[in-house]
Design a protein around this ligand. Structure first.
Ligand code: GDP
Ligand code: ZN
Length: 456
């Protein structure tokens, strides 16, 4: 069946499962307002705008299913920009799905259907209630796994990210208009392109984009988190370290070498940055089939990690099987930081040498230093105040925009052709517009909204 983005839609907006209340939401064109309200609450029923009405909700057989608080937000002053009807019922999953089916049945001839994931927010975007970055922030706010992530998503939702992008874009567009204007008056022969004013403003634009990019990069880390693979020989204390960082028992700690055969991962929050710590099987030469499978899996983890933490035994009791370990550490991707950490310093007199971090997983020594180093290598050492939530898509657009502005700067140095400079600026603007959803293709929009939960 072909779904139109004009169909009236309905979904349960609250989480699945039991709850005190459960909310159903309908969105539809203003023209359908009286009909839908009539079908659901009786032909004589009219709802005052944005006013809480306590009404019985009747089943198809006329019996009362529930008494609900009903609110009507007439277009355009609603979440979607269409008319929105909210039914706040009791939060039982069976009740809610029964109410939904009843609504669908009563309004079948009006074309009411279940909403697709993200469809309410998609309509909000289509109707200009929010730009694309804000729409994405809605999903990110719901999915946020740390308080810093919540704050960053909140900043994007309130438009801080969009406004920063719009500001730079505005400057670029103004500059382009200025340059294009000179194209129409070549006889005046003033060196507009080579002027200090143009150069200064281009440099400002580039600096501006790079500043947004840095905030966005940190936002992306808050959104997606960082994966740290802990590798090392058996019994150096990998599982103990994971437990110490997680501050709870998540991995099995034993004295028997090779115990951690399955991958064990746990999310910890370091300064609000979500970090997935992955405990891996110990690395050593082995004939044991299960254990060598574990090593293979460790290799897989290493290739996926954002940071690799090589844990060593500082006490000297456990020596690394350097041959195997070197082979494994060779698999660390280019550009992925490798941190060497000496564990069990409680067992030795002098701490480890030369810049390596010394800890005792057992006694909780040196952990804050280790956390600080982890945050440092992923570029999250500074406070995340002012960071806004962002995605890979945004970073790509920002990088593209920055490249075009850099190229414009290069162009004004060599035989300046105003047309070419203007073209670079046009491309920079297009990339920035894509962030806000002004020049975004249908495919990209479909991909973004399909990741939303139903009812949002
Ligand atoms: P893994 O095989 O690398 O995961 O090592 P485990 O975390 O299972 O630890 C192996 C043994 O080393 C256990 O007996 C731990 O109690 C011990 N151990 C771990 N960290 C420390 C530490 O910092 N100090 C001391 N003294 N013992 C530790
Ligand atoms: Zn272990």
């Amino acid at each position: 069946m072909h779904h139109s983005d004009k169909d009236p839609i309905i979904a349960v907006a609250t989480a699945a499962g039991r709850g005190g209340i459960g909310i159903l939401r309908l969105s539809f064109g203003k023209a359908l307002e009286a009909q839908i309200v009539g079908r659901l609450f009786g032909e004589n029923c009219t709802l005052k705008a944005r006013y809480a009405h306590l009404l019985p909700f009747l089943g198809t057989d006329g019996g009362v299913l529930d008494r609900a608080i009903v609110l009507l937000f007439p277009a355009p002053h609603s979440y979607t920009g269409e008319s929105v009807l909210e039914i706040q019922a009791h939060g039982g999953p069976v009740l809610l799905s029964l109410i939904m089916r009843t609504c669908l049945e009563k309004c079948r001839d009006l074309g009411l259907r279940m909403a697709e994931p993200g469809e309410f927010t998609r309509r909000a975007f289509m109707n200009g209630r929010m730009d694309l970055t804000q729409a994405e922030a809605v999903a990110d706010l719901i999915d946020a796994v740390s308080e810093s992530a919540v704050q960053a998503a909140g900043r994007s939702l309130s438009g801080e990210f969009s406004n920063a992008v719009r500001d730079v874009d505005g400057n670029i567009t103004e500059l382009r208009a200025f340059i294009e204007a000179t194209l129409d008056f070549p006889e005046e022969d003033i060196d507009v392109i080579g002027s200090e004013k143009v150069r200064t403003r281009l440099v400002q634009a580039e600096t501006g984009i790079r500043a947004i990019l840095e905030n966005a990069r940190q936002g992306q880390v808050l959104r997606e988190g960082v994966t740290v693979a802990i590798v090392g020989s058996p019994n150096v204390g990998k599982s103990s370290l994971l437990n110490a960082l997680a501050q709870e028992e998540v991995a099995i700690v034993t004295d028997i070498p090779g115990t951690t055969r399955d991958r064990i991962e746990h999310w910890v929050s370091l300064n609000g940055v979500p970090v997935k710590m992955v405990d891996t099987a110990g690395i050593r030469t082995t004939d044991d089939v299960v254990e060598s499978k574990g090593i293979e899996r460790t290799l897989v983890e290493i290739r996926k990690a954002d940071v690799v933490l090589h844990l060593k035994d500082a006490s000297g009791l456990i020596r690394d099987d350097t041959e195997v370990l070197d082979k494994v550490l060779k698999e660390v991707r280019h550009g992925v930081p490798l941190i060497t950490v000496n564990n069990k310093v409680d067992l030795c007199e002098s701490a480890a040498s030369g810049g390596e971090i010394a800890i005792s997983a057992k006694q909780g020594v040196g952990l804050s230093e280790l956390k600080a180093r982890l945050l440092e290598v992923v570029g999250m050492a500074a406070t995340t105040d002012g960071v806004f939530m962002a995605r890979e898509r945004h970073l790509q657009c920002l990088k593209t925009a920055a490249e075009h502005v850099s190229r414009a700067l290069l162009l004004i140095d060599c035989d300046p052709m105003p047309e070419l400079v203007a073209e670079e600026l046009r491309l920079a603007s297009r990339a920035l517009g894509e962030i806000l959803g002004e020049t975004t293709t249908e495919d990209i929009l479909g991909m973004i909204f399909s990741k939303f939960c139903i009812g949002k």
